[in-house]
Design a protein around this ligand. Structure first.
Ligand SMILES: Cc1cc2nc3c(=O)[nH]c(=O)nc-3n(C[C@H](O)[C@H](O)[C@H](O)COP(=O)(O)OP(=O)(O)OC[C@H]3O[C@@H](n4cnc5c(N)ncnc54)[C@H](O)[C@@H]3O)c2cc1C
Length: 404
């Protein structure tokens, strides 16, 4: 197992649940026991939860898996011919089967990198540092209004901090929610008092060694107590360069989560899962990748099954991984949920509630098909929409059932 996040842990658990008796080595660049990232921008950042509550498993549960856990170590290379991985401290591990679950890492903004009071958020260590910085801050500027930036804005607002978000797109969370729903979320933030500056970019940055000042394209200059850069993530694949693994916005996999080589061959007993994996979706007839919790968990299950079948010479029985994607976000006490392969260009129909109330269910139409749904404070209906989407319901059926 490479990567001790949710996907790596879950794959190891499935192997044990399926009675895999062999040795399992879990290599993790971080030195913590596997933990959950979603609370890092919510309860943990707010100071409501401590480290023990963000653990994915109790220590006793984790140790019962009988893994060799190489924590604080990085894998730096993969030799597919020799079936071995190289570790940062110079040793190598041979394997019969391999799960690649190295996740994603934050995109950096060179203009802000290394400047005073500038933070990013992905790991527990980063969350601790940001939480500490916010503890005596009065103002926070967030660069990037994606879903992490928007969540941190809501959490920091709850701590009594003045928040400004700078977002180059026309709305917050535009890439995931599209213009109409993104505007509703933007309004929700503005109503709460967040200073949201859309269609705005960073024009100039300077610091005096203690504080960083940012001049924006709208002509204003901000010198906040804390700056968070939240401009998305990229799959962690640098360590695979030169390995002959097909890399293209992630580790390219077949429909069973088997890793593909650059020559287009699926490698037996070598699978990938979670944020790092870009797999072939049968229903979409293309490669897809997801940076969300539910996918990391579900894909790890499928990848571990494929791995076990390959090891037993039964790889032909592997099942395709083709879920209806699901993500959630918590902001200002409201749950925002999205299902399906929505796209900002899809047509949006509000079937329940109203955008202006900040409580609604929207369904997405593309070429007269029902392709996704987004709900704000509509949990049961989103779950119903998820079932309908899984069943392949038509647009009319979805509209009728969800609106009733
Ligand atoms: C702050 C935050 C909040 C989130 N909130 C939500 C939410 O509300 N809803 C939602 O659906 N999703 C959310 N997500 C996304 C979700 O947490 C991720 O999709 C999920 O954690 C992915 O799991 P993973 O195991 O694929 O990757 P990761 O959790 O990133 O784990 C990968 C692990 O591999 C390690 N690694 C990387 N390179 C190497 C290497 N070379 N050698 C060894 N180890 C390596 C990394 O250090 C890391 O520990 C959030 C993410 C963040 C960061």
């Amino acid at each position: 197992m490479l990567g001790s996040g949710l996907a790596g842990l879950r794959a190891a658990e499935v192997l044990r649940e399926k009675n895999f008796q062999g040795k399992i080595t879990l290599v993790g660049a971080e030195s913590h026991l596997p933990y959950n990232r979603p609370p890092l921008s919510k309860q943990f950042l707010a100071g409501e939860w401590e480290e023990d509550r963000v653990r994915l498993r109790l220590p006793a549960e984790f140790h019962s898996l009988e893994l060799e856990f190489l924590k604080g170590l990085k894998v730096v290379g993969l030799d597919l011919q020799q079936r071995s991985v190289q570790l940062s401290q110079g040793t190598a591990i041979d394997f019969d089967g391999l799960v690649i679950a190295t996740g994603a890492e934050n995109r950096q903004l060179p203009a802000l990198e290394g400047r005073p009071r500038v933070f990013t958020l992905r790991t527990l260590t980063e969350a601790l540092a940001l939480r500490q910085a916010l503890s005596d801050a009065k103002s926070l500027l967030i660069v990037g209004g994606g879903f992490i930036g928007s969540e941190v804005a809501a959490t920091a607002h709850g701590l009594g901090i003045r928040v400004c978000i700078v977002e180059p797109q026309q709305t917050l969370m535009y890439r995931g929610l599209g213009e109409e729903v993104g505007s509703a979320v933007t309004n929700l933030h503005r109503e709460k008092g967040i200073d949201v500056r859309c269609n705005t970019e960073i024009a100039h940055v300077h610091d005096d060694g203690e504080r960083t000042s940012i001049e924006l394209s709208d002509g204003t200059t901000h010198t906040p107590d804390v700056i968070l850069v939240g401009i998305g993530a990229t799959p962690t694949t640098d360590w695979l360069s030169g390995s002959n693994v097909h890399l293209s916005n992630g580790v390219v996999c077949d429909e069973n989560c088997r890793v593909m080589t650059a020559d287009g061959l699926a490698v037996k007993s070598v699978v990938a899962a979670g944020d790092v994996a870009r797999w072939f979706s049968r229903s979409q007839n293309c490669l897809v990748r997801s940076e969300h919790w539910t996918n990391a968990q579900d894909q790890a299950v499928n990848a571990a099954h494929t791995l076990l079948l390959d090891l037993n010479g039964e790889g032909g029985n592997a099942l395709p991984y083709d879920p209806v994607p699901y993500m959630w976000s918590d902001q200002f006490g409201k749950k925002i949920q999205a299902i399906g392969f929505g796209d900002p260009t899809d047509e949006v129909h509000i079937v329940k509630g109203a955008l202006s109330d900040g409580k609604f269910l929207a369904i997405m139409e593309r070429e007269n098909r029902f392709v996704g749904a987004i709900g704000v404070a509509m949990v049961p209906l989103v779950m119903q929409a998820r079932i309908l989407l899984t069943e392949g319901a038509s647009l009319d059926v979805a509209r009728e059932k969800l609106a009733s």
